[in-house]
Design a protein around this ligand. Sequence first.
Ligand SMILES: [Zn+2]
Length: 410
Amino acid sequence: MSVYRRSADHHLMRDINRALILNHLRQDAPQSRAELAERTGLTRSTVSSLVDELIAANLVHETGIAPSRGGRRGTLLALNPAGGCAIGVAITSDQIVVLLTDFVAHPRWQRQMALLDADAGQVIGQVEALIDEALAYNAAHEAAPLLGIGLATPGLVRVRDGTLRTATNLRWRDIPFQARWEARFGVPVRVGNEASIAALGEHYFGAGAGFSDFLYLELSARAIGAGIFVEGRLYQGVDGYAGEVGHMVVDPAGPACSCGRCGCWEAVLRQVCDLAPLRDALAAGMPSSLGDPTRLTRAMVLSAAEAGDALARGYVERLLNVLVIGIANLVNVFNPQRVVLGGSLGMLLAPFLPALQSALAAQITLPAESAPDVVLAQIASNPSALGAVALVLDEIMSEPLPGAIRQSWP
Ligand SMILES: [Zn+2]
């Protein structure tokens, strides 16, 4: 037990234990009080009193009677879906998604809208109007208490106060989302970078479930974002900017990057992802099954490579080499159990995972048995919106950190 834990005051300890029970029920339900005590290591009387509190708060409900285990049969408990609702908002470079879920993250209402204008004021106005719609829907139906709003946004987010510092693609700066929305909607608001938030979503609902240490990489042909899970928590760094892996320099003599330096991982990836050299080769009459160079897409090239087309295979080989260089660096630093690939490019890589995994095993300096497995993300549609919901739930279900002050309890 850490010094922090020993010195934690009574209230904090109750918060921690309450979160522990909720989190156990989130992962495995239904369970009886006796099972919860066994699995959490808390005493039966602590479990009973916390469960009473959670039932009174409507977050947990009784769902039936446990099978006999030799003694008195216990009542089974589960999270109460109607105990609250959460709103997850995702802003990406081309769309806005607003998702309303119940307390177990099942979607109740969703809207998405193309992001036509990058004007921050206008976009924020659209998002707020959609949140109002979600709240109106909730009020007209189950009227579950709103537990919080999570926002996933591109760019650098100062997590401490939920301020978007910069989002280069959107040309946004210093937007205090958390302060603005807490004042407007009166609930806790949490903000994070979209790749970190998608990683949180994978941790709660996808390929990261059950893994304490994993890397999530959001790969597109233009950028690489990451979410880093260390010891069961999203690693955010002191200000919240951790995970900018795309700007790790992998070749100082490489191409110029949007950040002003040369040879960043994502700049090198952008170069090998470029389809122009392939188009030129096809136009020059290189033998290939790829067909019309003017209609070429990356997905076509990857599937031609899978079918054995030599030109396409060369392209994929260069692409995998670049990915492996960066992933190997990260694996050497973080020693994860698993690497999860998401994003529009990542999701195309299914046929090449075995090749990627063996190239990776050859490049890392860790012992071979510590090579992580490499898998695809499981949340295929709007991962950061569902992740933003997880951000709200995480506030309630994860143990508070030293010095953390819970803003509100339902
Ligand atoms: Zn860069």
